[in-house]
Design a binder for this molecule. Structure first.
Ligand code: AMP
Length: 376
């Protein structure tokens, strides 16, 4: 870390909790951050993120140029950054990760094409642009199946589960008749995610796989390192994320979500989607590893060496969705690392997370059991 690094400013498109945690991960390095976000109360500017802000829409050209000119390098915290905005930034500054990864991740069809090109297995799926195509896809893939909007879906939004082919028209209307894909329903054994940072010089590290539990399409719990991961499964994940990192000449932290089918050495991973950014299933790395996904993302985009991704014991991350824990309940859990983002509670909204960390899996399970009993 040189004197010059300490005076650097990183621009971040988006000022939500990911920007807040990105910024706070480099406070100790003396690095400053400036966010572009239309919401003047975005959480990256509160006492945790301490970011400066340009209050503007994501497609405001003058604001994007100002962000580029105020920053040594620009990054982003969400994948729906308009493509033109990313190109504009690239004309005036450096942007990482590669905007090509951004545009691929914005469209589920391009994402599946990228997986296919790289030889990474995916769930059976079909392109759906009309009700006719939906009916044909249902005939081919059977039910249950999941109709997913190609763009702008997150946390289970823009998705409809179809259990009965006669309900196809309803599902198509519910999705607002937008270009979509139909995914065959995968009765997966579990969901895993792989998170890996890659530096400017091409060297990459990877975090241990995390096992993730979703309800209603929203992540509830991640446990890491994932347990009973066969060496062959770990290798499938490692090789898939490595191919994607190299494909995009990627700089920063990348996440890939997988469905695991089967168990043991014959288990296979199907890739569901990528996130070209820090990821909710990696929040445990703040307390659970030597260098968090956030700090490593920032180190990478600034051209610094990556820090170690080695785990410290066993971790569980619980998302706080909709409301805060019962007042006083956390007092009985002094070991809980509580992260409140400073957002107004609202149904379905991620307002914080809690990480539990213990030396062994058994101790972590006991802590989780106590957490569920006391905090809920
Ligand atoms: P996604 O927005 O694609 O990440 O989907 C959100 C969640 O819905 C996933 O984490 C899974 O729990 C579930 N899901 C998505 N696609 C499938 C599928 N093809 N089969 C079964 N569950 C799925």
């Amino acid at each position: 870390m040189t004197q010059a690094d300490q005076q650097k400013t990183i621009g971040i498109i988006g000022g939500g909790q990911l920007a807040q945690m990105l910024a706070s991960s480099v406070h100790h390095l003396g690095i400053k951050c400036i966010v572009l976000d239309p919401n003047p109360d975005c959480c990256a500017t509160n006492e945790l993120g301490k970011c400066q802000q340009i209050v503007a829409q994501y497609d405001d050209e003058q604001a994007l140029i100002k962000l580029a000119q105020s920053s040594d390098v620009v990054t982003y915290e969400f994948e729906n950054v308009p493509g033109q905005g990313a190109s504009l930034i690239a004309d005036h500054s450096t942007i990482h990760p590669n905007p090509k990864a951004l545009s691929v991740s914005q469209d589920r069809l391009s994402e599946r094409a990228m997986f296919a090109e790289l030889g990474i297995p995916v769930p059976p799926f079909a392109q759906v642009d009309s009700l006719d195509q939906l009916n044909q896809a249902l005939e081919k893939l059977g039910v249950p199946a999941i109709l997913k909007a190609r763009t702008l879906g997150y946390d289970g939004k823009g998705q409809v589960l179809i259990s009965d082919p006669s309900k196809a028209a309803n599902a198509w209307e519910t999705l607002a008749t937008v270009p979509a894909i139909l995914d065959g329903f995968i009765a997966f054994r579990r969901e895993l995610s792989s998170i890996a940072p890659r530096a400017v010089d091409g060297l990459s590290e990877s975090y241990p796989l995390s096992e993730n539990i979703h309800r209603g399409g929203i992540l509830r719990l991640s446990k890491a390192p994932a347990r009973n991961v066969d060496g062959a499964v770990a290798e499938q994940a490692r090789s898939a994320i490595q191919r994607i990192l190299e494909h995009f000449d990627y700089v920063g932290t990348l996440a890939v979500e997988f469905f695991q089918l089967g168990d043991g050495p014959t288990a296979t991973l199907l890739a569901n989607e990528i996130a070209p950014r820090v990821h909710n299933t990696g929040h445990w790395t703040i307390e659970g590893t030597k260098t968090s996904q956030f700090e490593n993302h920032m180190r990478a985009v600034l051209g610094m060496q990556l820090g170690s991704t080695d785990p410290i014991g066993c971790s569980a991350m619980i998302n706080l969705i909709g409301n805060e824990p019962r007042p006083g309940s956390l007092g009985a859990m002094p070991q809980a690392h509580v992260h409140l983002y400073g957002k107004e509670p609202r149904a379905g909204r991620k307002i914080g997370h809690i990480t539990l960390n213990a030396p062994t899996e058994q101790e972590l399970d006991a802590m989780l059991e106590r957490f569920t009993r006391i905090v809920g």
